[in-house]
Design a protein around this ligand. Structure first.
Ligand SMILES: C[S@@+](CC[C@H](N)C(=O)[O-])C[C@H]1O[C@@H](n2cnc3c(N)ncnc32)[C@H](O)[C@@H]1O
Length: 283
């Protein structure tokens, strides 16, 4: 893994992710699963997808959280335990697993630390679905093609960035900034040149070519003027990325940052950011 992800950022985005994911696509995934499904969550981070999807599956289930970052895996176990206890559910920790005793059956969580780059080493066997959230725009086309060639179970990819950005109020400089940001998104994050905003179309094409039935739906973030921490994180992240990709126009990107901070400070800033959820089901 060449790039770390901050647990604070994952926590900040979690409620926005939860609101944005398509319930219809998740429902279609759940309809394919057997009585006691086992799911493999690639790039699971601090377990945000588990907290969203496990209650929807409801029945007894087992998850393997796969991530390179030992700190995030540890955070996932802690956060899941606190979240479950806040819901009034008992949590036990037999061996290296965590069990959430839910009314519909136990939710078992285990983790595997490893590098997604070693695709042959992924623990695909024994799982009824391979799932992920906010991962597919980080991976390369060859990586996704290699994964699709190995899968014979449903593949669910939530929150794949698709490049659509609509800041309000509109600024003429939005366009240049978004273009520079998209260039930065294509950087190699350890899995080859990243697909970035081309990821949703690539995932659909690659899995259809393998004979999967592919469903997809938008899962946009809609971030209102009162969500100041999230707006601030995104605007600074976008401006930093634009400066990295397009250092010649650093002054222009700095002016954009200043203007957006001013709009945010006055409670006038909002953002709609495009994502897609994709589900590929083997025929
Ligand atoms: C954008 S975060 C998403 C985390 C989580 N799925 C969520 O939605 O909050 C991407 C995750 O992929 C993991 N990751 C990135 N590259 C990886 C690699 N080469 N091997 C394993 N994990 C990786 C990161 O550690 C991080 O947890």
């Amino acid at each position: 893994m060449s790039e770390g992800f901050d647990a604070g950022w994952l926590a900040l985005r979690e409620p926005h992710d939860a609101r944005a994911r398509s319930a219809a696509i998740a429902g279609a995934l759940i309809a394919t699963l057997p009585a006691r499904p086992r799911l493999l969550d690639l790039g699971a981070g601090s377990g945000s997808l588990f907290r969203w999807l496990a209650p929807r599956i409801y029945r007894a289930q087992a998850w393997t959280l796969f991530d390179a970052d030992a700190g995030l895996i540890e955070a996932a176990f802690e956060t899941i335990a606190l979240w479950a206890e806040a819901l009034g559910l008992k949590v036990t920790t037999p061996g290296r697993a965590l069990l959430v005793h839910a009314p519909g059956g136990a939710w078992r969580v285990e983790a595997r630390q490893g590098d997604l780059a070693e695709i042959g080493g992924l623990p695909l066997a024994g799982h009824h679905a391979v799932v992920n959230s906010a991962l597919c725009d980080l991976v390369s086309r060859p990586w996704l093609a290699a994964l699709s060639a190995r899968l014979s179970v449903p593949f669910y990819a939530a929150l794949i960035a698709d490049g659509r950005v609509r800041w309000r109020p509109h600024l003429p400089a939005d366009r240049a900034l978004a273009a520079a940001f998209r260039r930065d998104q294509g950087r190699d994050k350890g899995l080859g040149p990243a697909l970035g905003h081309r990821a949703p179309a690539a995932a659909i094409e690659l899995f259809e070519a393998r004979g999967f039935c592919v469903l997809s739906a938008p899962s946009d973030w809609r971030i209102g003027p009162d969500q100041t921490a999230m707006l601030s994180a995104i605007l600074h992240g976008d401006a930093d990325a634009a400066c990295r990709a397009d250092p010649r126009h650093r002054a222009r990107h700095a002016a954009w940052r200043q203007a957006r901070m001013l709009h945010g400070g006055r409670g006038r800033l909002s953002l709609r950011l495009g994502h897609r959820d994709v589900l590929a089901i083997p025929r």
